[in-house]
Design a protein around this ligand. Sequence first.
Ligand SMILES: Nc1nc2c(c(=O)[nH]1)N[C@H]1C(S)=C(S)[C@@H](COP(=O)(O)O)O[C@H]1N2
Ligand SMILES: [Mo]
Length: 503
Amino acid sequence: MEKRISRAAAAWAGMASAIAGAGLGELVAALVAPRSSPFAGIGSALIDLAPTWAKDLAIELFGTADKIALLVLIGAVLLGVAAIAGQIQRIRPPWGSVVAGALGLVGIAAVLTRANPDALAILPSAIAGGVGAAGVWLLVRRRESEQAEGLSRRGFLFASGAAAVVGAAAAVWSSVGTATDRAVQAIRAAIRLPAAGVGASVPEGAELGIDGLAPVITPNRDFYRIDTALVVPEIDPAQWSLRIHGLVEREVTLTWDEMLALPLEESVTTLACVSNTVGGGLIGNAVWLGYPIRHLLAEAGPLPDADMVLSRSHDGFSAGTPLETLTDDRNAILAVGMNGEPLPFAHGFPVRMVVPGLYGYVSATKWVVDLEVTRFDQARAYWTDRGWSERGPVKLQSRIDVPRGTEVPSGETVVAGVAWQQHVGVAGVEVSVDGGSWQRAQLASAISDDTWVQWSLPVALAPGEHTLTCRALSRQGETQTSDTAPPAPDGATGHHTVRVTAA
Ligand SMILES: Nc1nc2c(c(=O)[nH]1)N[C@H]1C(S)=C(S)[C@@H](COP(=O)(O)O)O[C@H]1N2
Ligand SMILES: [Mo]
């Protein structure tokens, strides 16, 4: 029996084929089926399937780089399986090619589970699998015949290297962005939002202007981003519409032009994520331009037994919002503008929801396309089946922003931060140094009960180590609890504490 090719050559044949297949699959997706990238399809299917503990672990380990980490992981698994496919092909042809082709089937299965699939959804994964299978077959055979004829492996190395380079180049090309994306980006850049009939006012004295303290209005580029979208949807507003249906007297549909023709108002609302840990940064405050959802719901006429609105996004996310929070007099809006510009793509362009007083996962649907008036006992939202509470009112919280370094000069130091409980309002903040008595901080002017408020307090610190703790008091007379709770299932609690050394 002739000698088999080396294990290393077989592994590399598999990996080079996988790079070629995956790269070409991504490129075909970018060109003809932008929502059907095999990588993004598998990644977002994994996000949807992942148990809550895995998501928490990913966020803990990688923070907001969790999506990049996921793609790197998929790439590593792909290369690993491809190397094994090479080994199998070396011993039991054609089963190595079959394994490589099966990877394409995994991609097909994943993209078909996505919301709003492309017409050509299966094409990129089919090409990826086909190229991978053919590559394994051809490259292993090439090396075998070189070996049988006693030739050097130069031909094999050239062919496999070319496959890998072509694949990598195709992947880079695909990541430059699709023509559709660029067209939609140009459309967004050209939008001039109508002036607000009612403008937002930020009272003088809302901004304490302390170095290191979160500004009272969060610039868009600094605004936290949390969503399940591996690829940010880029929706052409001309293709966008919102349908309001379900338990209503009449269905209402709204197009982008109709949306912009409504009397839009500005409002300032702080958005917070239920996953925010005590002291964390998954919270931001923006001036939103939008239209009250209660007017649209009044037009639709919710039936008496309805108690929930299930909002759905273009990419298949959903949130269940208590109907009364969308019909009472709070500023629950469909937003089109954020801090003076059209919504950034990552924050929901062209239209999202913003509801004061509720965590984002039950209210702040980005890329929103559908509002179904329904009942909590009849409909489930995306996170409700994944370990999070059905209802998500924001809990009273406060955070120390300054000092955050571990060293401070001894003597007088300013402690400053933010406090919030949207739609309830903050009445005061207290600070304790080294577990001593609670001292009342100075509150900045609040923009409204729907926004966070800055606070500050000068304290005297003797040289040595100190702990600084803060707690908020709500306008309903509640004192922020010191009981600690993790983010799941309905928001973290506990006091934020910062340790510093005064020198
Ligand atoms: N379409 C969609 N909308 C979404 C989400 C999502 O995953 N998909 N996440 C929600 C969550 S959990 C939060 S906290 C807010 C965050 O909004 P931001 O990214 O603009 O800060 O968006 C909400 N809207
Ligand atoms: Mo969130």
